[in-house]
Design a protein around this ligand. Structure first.
Ligand SMILES: [Ca+2]
Length: 360
């Protein structure tokens, strides 16, 4: 299970790094003679200021110098299953519009499209993280403890893969499936399990990107020495796959076709927060969750890794955020709606897709 205390520790380290960065960014003339109190006050005012609203569209508004898109109408944030679903890191939607989440206790829970009637379909006895349906309606599960699994429509579980190159997975994290049926997935660490999240995050690079072929039942390593391999997404045109490297604050692109097939490169780096789940929007880019407390945050990226949306949910200083939802660890688009998952929050969530006229 994810230890909340360890996640808080990681979040605090992140905040300290950001705070240190803000301090370093101050002009030298401002540092001289400025007391620590002034620095603290300027950090606080940055967090609590009411930014200027540049424009509004639908349930969202474009704000301030960060050009973030904020959900200005909190009634548009719908939570689903808060009483039964804890820590659905990822969300999947089936062909009938029914919703699925994998919980901290190992259960796979399904809801009707309107969010009603939760049903426990299976228990992995592990920690299901990434979820994605294959073309036959099987739910493919990246389970941090058990490995790569397949859940048939009747709830029957089958283990697909637990190791590659004679090295067992310790922290299977996310999964996506190409149109040709190949299953791409990540292992955040071959050294440490999710029960020792701090070590898994610090003792890097130990992440790998793999592909599982359901026809040959073989697993092939595509990339190794990744810095906590997390979210995985195949591009809308199927030409590459993106894998998040959380503790390096970046994502890497691995080419599947074309002149650079088999090669990799940085897709986006210098992210302000740790990237978690990534998904294709099915059209022209990706949704990338950023791991943040107090305010659910994610990005919309184009296929060149440029940021086109920077979305934030309402801010809250109390956890678990009664009027908000965080940390957002996955974003899945389906029929004009964004479904949100979280390793920590209660319930799944959904919001409207931010309108194109509020793009960066
Ligand atoms: Ca993840």
């Amino acid at each position: 299970m994810v230890s909340k205390k360890i996640l808080y520790a990681l979040a605090i380290v992140t905040i300290l790094v950001v705070a240190a960065g803000m301090f370093m960014m101050q002009k030298p003339s401002e540092q001289i003679g400025e007391s620590t109190t002034t620095v603290t006050r300027s950090f606080t005012s940055t967090v609590t200021e009411t930014p200027q609203v540049l424009s509004k569209s639908g349930a969202y508004e474009l704000v301030g110098t960060s050009r973030a898109i904020r959900l200005s109408d909190p009634t548009q944030l719908e939570k689903i299953g808060v009483d039964v679903a804890v820590g659905p890191e990822d969300v999947a939607v089936d062909s009938q519009g029914r919703l699925y989440g994998g919980m901290v206790d190992g259960k796979i829970i399904r809801f009707q499209p309107d969010g009603s009637s939760p049903e426990v379909l299976a228990d992995t006895k592990g920690r299901p993280l990434g979820l994605h349906f294959d073309a036959d309606g099987n739910l493919i599960i990246a389970d941090a403890i058990v490995g790569l699994l397949s859940m048939a429509p009747d709830g029957t579980l089958t283990v697909l893969s637990t190791e590659a190159d004679d090295l067992p997975f310790k922290f299977t994290d996310d999964v996506d499936i190409a149109e040709n049926g190949l299953i791409y997935f990540s292992d955040a660490s071959y050294k440490h399990t999710i029960t020792n999240l701090t070590a898994a995050g610090m003792d890097q690079p130990a992440g790998r990107l793999m592909v599982y072929d359901p026809e040959t039942k073989t697993t092939t390593v595509l990339l190794e020495d990744l810095y906590f391999a997390n979210g995985v997404a195949v591009s809308p045109d199927q030409s590459f796959v993106v894998v998040a490297e959380s503790v390096a604050f970046r994502a890497t692109r691995y080419w599947l076709t074309g002149p650079r097939e088999g090669e990799s490169e940085i897709f986006i780096d210098k992210l302000i927060e740790m990237p978690d789940g990534i998904s294709s929007n099915g059209r022209d880019g990706f949704w990338m969750a950023l791991y943040t407390y107090h305010r659910g945050t994610w990005l919309g990226l184009d296929t060149e890794g440029n940021i086109v949306h920077y979305i934030q949910l309402p801010f809250s200083t109390t956890f678990p955020l009664p009027g908000s939802y965080a940390p957002v660890t996955s974003v899945q688009e389906h029929d004009g709606v964004l479904y949100l998952g979280s390793t920590e929050a209660k319930g799944l969530a959904r919001v409207p897709i931010p309108p194109d006229d509020l793009r960066q």
